[in-house]
Design a protein around this ligand. Sequence first.
Ligand code: PAF
Length: 277
Amino acid sequence: MKVCRTIDELRNHLTEAPRPVGLVPTMGALHEGHLSLVRAARDRCDTIVMSIFVNPLQFGPGEDFDRYPRSEQADLAAAEREKVDLVFVPSVAEMYPDDRSTTVRVAGVSENFEGAIRPDHFDGVATVVTKLFGIVQPDIAFFGRKDAQQLAVVRRLVADLSLPIEVVACETVRDPDGLAMSSRNAYLSAEDRERATALWKALEAGAAALRRGGDPAEAEKAMLAILEPATDHVDYVAVVDPDTFSAPLRAHPHLLIVAARLGETRLIDNLLVEDIA
Ligand code: PAF
């Protein structure tokens, strides 16, 4: 496994790399969710590139950029175990020279829910992902369904810019009690970790309401009934179209989304319900 810290170094290694090339973009603090992306890449690709970069552009003022978990040595060891071929670990200066003046904005799908609560977040994601796509030029890129709105933004970006990249969505990996794996779970106190199971319980209740023939409003009510008493603040519960994050069409897949705060920690999760009559 080669560890590359500059764009030139990575590109030099990539000239010889067998295709298809798969990209697994991460911000490090790797957990089973990230490793499942690598395993999906291994099934499809002859070269796997993992990027590890805590992207300052996607954190707002007062968010957790400074305290975001960083564990490079452990991450590199995990990547090596999973047989990643190239790990790209650039510095902020390498990615964003001082004269940088381009921002990528995906209108529409990036504007509500996470985009409304975290203004500029998706501009930061779209900018870094576009840049990683330009640097690595992957054939296939692997993203987790856990960040469902990010996935929708990336899919829109790839379609709108006609990028020759297949975006593969991988299932959310959960702890046995349903909590979705996330690097931010490390922030939770033991008591908040316990309460955090409410996100999954709320999604299951919402899905059950839809499967009983309930409409999105009933599903949202069911989710709120579980989430409100268990958490410190509910940012949103909603039922949306997974591609546009606007109201779902009847008989199309419905995506249940939730975001809530426990203490200082903000968690998001989602569940796709496809079998709607
Ligand atoms: O999902 C993440 O970890 C990040 O948003 C990504 C896609 C690596 C961009 O920084």
